[in-house]
Design a binder for this molecule. Structure first.
Ligand SMILES: *Cc1c(COP(=O)(O)O)cnc(C)c1O
Length: 388
């Protein structure tokens, strides 16, 4: 069969049509499914017949979303979850046991750190954090009981890049699985499996929805690993709702169109920021001044939608800039068509200690903009404070 390309898959793969002949994917808003007779009920519960039973673990709208995202990431299987955090929880709960060791990038999403340090540690998970761009630190952190490496690339908010291929090689030499949180790029810009990653995590809440409506997540990987993840979710319950899956299916249809538009706007904003009086430094992987520009363009088809920069002065100047804007939304969310502006030091990264913050480079004059799809000229006008 002819292998179809990304946009075609994003629009058509995974579709299940009912006998009604509906064109748009159906929303199966039902908690359970009925059986023809007692024998069929018994077969479905035993798993000898893989059909619908109960929407905590089998729902056709969710299944369509899972198949479509798996096709886009090039993964054998996808399991959908109720949020990005439940995707991360499901990974550790199903692939690790008490006493196992994991190596984690210091620059991951703040709540992931809380999950590891405050909850999973209590269940006997041994965690080492490393500076994720330094591959030697990963190698040196490996112990006999190391099961997983976990990384996010580009990082939030400084957009540092991890060399996925080299990290996967280090992991595989010691029989360790590499998990990549691909939330910032999505498969429209980066497919970590092509570079050797074993498991992909998504917060569908961000670019997959793309319009800031629903929470959801996904774990992707090979059939064996996903069987474990599925079995954890089936028993523990944080699975995706049919309604949210249906919204995300619509999001996937325009994913690469939106991601390319986010990247174009972000690159133009980053170039403009570099010329502003009050800006001392700009962080964006699509800029030639980014220290890992070459690596970024090997792994990602473009820079993505997140731009960070330092304003001259300290926290007061950063806050003054935020308060001078009229259009940008002051919120920590990202991946929305609406541009958002954040002061990471006092919001998303406020739970870190001063030492931890300075280790990951979150200074008090740093601003992050998740660039949306408004006209770029209007975004620049809203930031005119930088040129005063
Ligand atoms: C938002 C986010 C998460 C968590 O996702 P939720 O859907 O909010 O639970 C995980 N990883 C990254 C990189 C994120 O940006």
């Amino acid at each position: 069969m002819n292998k179809t390309k990304f946009n075609t898959d994003a629009i058509r793969s995974g579709t299940i049509r009912t006998g009604e002949g509906e064109h748009s994917e159906a929303l199966f808003l039902t908690s359970s499914f009925v059986f023809k007779n007692a024998k069929e009920a018994s077969d479905r519960f035993s798993g000898s017949e893989e059909e619908n039973v109960y929407s905590r673990f089998t729902n056709p709208s969710v299944k369509m979303f899972e198949e479509r995202l798996a096709t886009l990431e090039g993964a054998e299987k996808c399991v959908a979850t109720s949020s990005g955090m439940s995707a991360i929880l499901a990974c550790f709960m199903s692939l690790c046991s008490s006493g196992d060791h994991v190596v984690i990038s210091k620059s991951i999403f703040g709540t992931s750190v809380q999950l590891l340090n405050n909850i999973l540690c209590r269940w006997g998970l041994d965690v080492t954090y490393v500076n994720f761009t330094n591959l030697d630190e990963w190698s040196h952190a490996i112990k006999k009981n190391t099961k997983l490496f976990f990384v996010e690339t580009p990082s939030n908010p400084l957009t540092e890049i991890c060399d996925i291929k080299s990290l996967a090689e280090i992991a595989h030499r010691s029989n360790i699985k590499l998990i990549v949180d691909n939330c910032f790029c999505t498969p429209a810009l980066q497919k970590p499996i092509l570079f050797g990653a074993d498991i992909i995590i998504h917060s569908a809440t961000k670019y997959i929805d793309g319009q800031g409506r629903c929470l959801g997540g996904a774990v992707l990987g090979n059939k064996n690993d996903m069987k474990e993840v599925y079995s954890f979710l089936r028993s523990a319950g944080p699975t995706m709702s049919a309604f949210n899956a249906w919204v995300f299916l619509k999001g996937l249809e325009t994913l690469s169109l939106r991601m390319n538009a986010h990247s174009n706007n972000a690159l133009e904003l980053a170039l403009w920021l570099e010329t502003q009086k009050k800006v001392s430094k700009v962080y964006y992987p699509g800029l030639k001044s980014h220290p890992q520009y070459e690596l970024a363009l090997k792994q990602q088809s473009s820079g993505g939608g997140i731009v960070s920069f330092e304003v001259k002065g300290g926290k007061n100047e950063a806050w003054n800039l935020i308060d001078s804007t009229k259009m940008l939304s002051i919120t920590a969310n990202l991946g929305d068509v609406k541009s958002t502006i954040t002061h990471p030091n006092s919001t998303t990264h406020s739970r870190l200690t001063d030492k931890e913050r300075s280790e990951v480079g979150i200074s008090d004059n740093l601003i992050r903009i998740a660039v949306g799809l408004e006209d770029i000229e209007d975004i620049k006008v809203d930031l005119k404070y930088l040129n005063k």
